[in-house]
Design a protein around this ligand. Structure first.
Ligand SMILES: [Zn+2]
Ligand SMILES: [Zn+2]
Length: 380
């Protein structure tokens, strides 16, 4: 029994009973008809045999309370007279993803629509996991270091409310595609070489909309936006993609929700840089500080400055470590702040400073920093 049968076939008419017939009436009528058209009583009469099949099929559905309910629901939704036999215009209407986007030929489409429908009658519709959703967010440098709760605006596709996802204008119903008779596939070739391919007229959907819904223009879909507060964990890095389990699209028919993947962009900071769990900072020092050593104050991110002891004779580019002043790790501990020393050379030297520097030059005149260089060059 296909979903299409439910819509196309009028089982009440087949049995010749009113829609509100009781179970007893249906049974009585069926017995009478079955006797009349039974193949044993109509040997060789193909028409009678066909009629007998139809009667049995109708009785199968109408005698089962649950299936009868589903059948009634399907027909009340898609028009009690079945689909209109034809309509104006060609069958070139774009269904888009109306019937689910599993793009498979034929198998998908119609079944999904009816699947949802029958679920209310308690039938076998399978739960379906919600789709994974991708999004992006830009965090400030500090937010990335410490973690942050950010609002994410998500748009997702939901069935159009106006047409309940059918894509057909209110008061009209999609009709079964005459080319593939609702199957969504057509056979090409013959015999053993027959190939099944998606029907071109209905794009594999099995159904055609003649009067598109004015709200969704026939797509059957509406986008809905929601804003969600999402916790981005501390220590996230630029371009990192994080997975938030269960924050994607809602599942269908009781299925699990999908996951949300957030690609994080992190703004740069004017002072601090980042190397994994460590933060970096470059600190200018004077020549006397580098040569004689001393205590230097270094700023930290979101915290008080720290004092570091600069050893005497520190070279330009020396890196020191302020423990625990870096980025927060997953386990809550923190990385270090890597402090790189940059020895500053004054552009203009005047006055006492100039005098002092000239004295320093005289005092160190015998030290040639390039001597070793020439020795090495000659020796080679
Ligand atoms: Zn078709
Ligand atoms: Zn619509």
């Amino acid at each position: 029994m296909s979903a299409k049968d439910y819509v196309e076939k009028d089982y009440y008419k087949v049995l010749g009973v009113p829609k509100d017939a009781t179970a007893a009436e249906i049974k009585k009528t069926y017995r009478k008809l079955a006797r009349e058209f039974h193949p044993d009583a109509n040997k060789g009469d193909a028409k009678a045999e066909e009629r007998f099949k139809d009667i049995s099929e109708a009785y199968d559905v109408l005698s089962d309370d649950k299936r009868r309910k589903e059948y009634d629901e399907a027909r009340s939704l898609f028009g009690s007279g079945g689909f209109r036999p034809g309509g104006p215009g060609g069958g070139s209407f774009d269904f888009g993803d109306l019937f689910g986007n599993t793009a498979g030929a034929g198998s998908g489409g119609l079944g999904d629509v009816f699947g949802g429908l029958f679920n209310r009658g308690g039938r076998q519709a399978q739960p379906r996991r919600g789709a994974d959703v991708e999004t992006e967010v830009t965090l400030s440098f500090e937010e990335a270091v410490d973690g942050a709760t950010v609002p994410l605006r998500m748009t997702s596709q939901a069935p159009c409310r106006s047409c309940a996802g059918t894509g057909a204008k209110t008061g009209t119903t999609p009709r079964v595609c005459p080319t593939c008779v609702g199957a969504g596939t057509v056979s090409r070739g013959q015999g053993a070489f027959a190939l099944s391919e998606p029907c071109r007229d209905c794009k594999g959907r099995g159904m055609i909309v003649d009067d598109p819904c004015t709200v969704c223009h026939g797509s059957g879909r509406a986008s809905s936006a929601r804003t969600m507060q999402v916790r981005i964990p501390a220590g996230v890095q630029d371009s990192q993609r994080i997975r938030l389990k269960g924050k994607g699209a809602q599942g269908e028919r009781g299925g699990q929700p999908g996951d949300l993947y957030v690609t994080v962009h992190v703004d740069t900071h004017p002072v601090f840089g980042r190397k994994g769990d460590n933060l970096t900072v470059t600190v200018p020092v004077t020549f006397p500080e580098a040569a004689l050593g001393g205590t230097i104050e270094v700023p930290t991110l979101n915290g008080p400055a720290v004092k570091l002891k600069l050893p005497a004779g520190s070279a330009n580019g020396l890196t020191m470590r302020a423990r625990g002043k870096g980025a927060t790790r997953k386990d809550g501990t923190r990385g270090d702040l890597l402090v790189t020393v940059e020895v500053m050379v004054p552009k203009h030297v005047t006055g006492d400073a100039l005098t002092a520097l000239e004295q320093y030059r005289e005092a160190t005149a015998s030290d040639d920093p390039r001597a070793a260089l020439f020795q090495a060059a000659e020796g080679a």
